[in-house]
Design a protein around this ligand. Sequence first.
Ligand code: GLN
Length: 503
Amino acid sequence: MTDLTRLTAAALADAFAAREVSAVEATQAHLDRIAAVDSDVHAFLHVDVDGALATARAVDDARAGGTAVHPLAGVPIAVKDLLATNGLPTTCGSKILQGWIPPYDATVVARLKVAGLPILGKTNMDEFAMGSSTEHSAYGPTRNPWDLGRIPGGSGGGSAAAVAAYETPLAVGTDTGGSIRQPGAVTGTVGVKPTYGGVSRYGLVALASSLDQAGPVTRTVLDAALLHQLIGGHDPLDSTSIDSPVPAVVEATRRADVSGMRIGVIAELGGEGYQPGVRARFDDVVALLSKAGADVVEVSCPSFDYALAAYYLILPSEASSNLAKFDAMRYGLRVAPDGVEVPSAEEVMSASRAAGFGDEVKRRIILGTYALSSGYYDAYYGSAQKVRTLIARDFDAAFEEVDVLVSPTAPTTAFRFGDKLDDPLAMYLNDIATIPANLAGVPGLSVPSGLADEDGLPVGVQLLAPALAEDRLYNVAAAIEAMLAEQWGGPLLAQAPELEVRT
Ligand code: GLN
């Protein structure tokens, strides 16, 4: 019998429809895989064996009884531990939320449940989604299935590693500055940051509300489109949700034709600071796109040079305000201050926040509070907002000339644990190419582009399109995926070493 964990979500859906496989069999296969490899990979913070199997059973019963179900019903999925899940722990990778069980579902989670996707569990992440390696998780890092001595990217390294390690065919991530796309690039998986407002933020624990966006993490472009279609669309519970239909991403994926498309290589992204193997694989993809009939030109987006600096003022400012709610009064960790017999509320808050937040979170709260303080607001936060406008204008100008922009997704392949942990700036630079899309609210997609010669590790190419033009991203990504599969004789992930199975 085929190993069900190797099937894509689309293939599983077909197998269910043909009555060849049951949802319980598929879910059990993935739970077994998690039991066999996750002690090494550590993609999951929480696995919900009973809940996942109960959903699968209900789907099988519905199908057996002739009830119409969603095509993806029964396809297992993992959810980043930043989305609220009713009855299941939600920690955001932080000690401050240890033991918190939300009393409600994020809209994305609710949509998965209505469609009957068994939720396998919650995936690891950098604390409150701050980081590029999962090393900032309070519960220990996730390991990259390509090399267990290396990081899986971050903050959503758990979701990406779970998909790359065949623990789940689908996962949901969130991307505030690159946390879906950069993990995708360094694990050889597909990651999509939808248009801001395209997928509901209701029930996402906010990092930076003007930048956060949930999206698909998968092994194929088609699977990403199927998941995008399901979780996207208007939500009255999110005041920034866009009231328009989800772009036709599944149809676009099936088209996979770039002939006549205008594709712009971003001049500012891909030069100095990018590993040679990253650049080489990027150049290969650009050459393939030209050969397939795309009209490739170079486009300059001069303000992108300031994107990282602007982001590290806007994000900490919003984060410092969003994280103020973790005050030990209503939920989460509460710590009694040392040596105080009857502590004041302020003393409890202070002791709890000191014990509950990690170093990176504290660094950003301090930075954000400073940037927003009176006397500094205009110089820091205000200037950063102006840069943000310039970046949006660069995108507007570029999209007058081209349909899609391309760049490498991340400047390097997966690095070793500890390599960047003591150097915040080096960590921040991982998102140099992904951040502009968050600042402007436009959609971005990372698709595998090959292996770097120097270390044999996966590399990704990033595609960017105007707001609500995700169909262009899926069309181009599907074309790239098909052309590269022809070269490699199959999916890139097939090149990854087999993980040791522990019983
Ligand atoms: N790595 C970036 C940061 O630390 C992006 C985070 C994210 O997208 N959640 O802010």
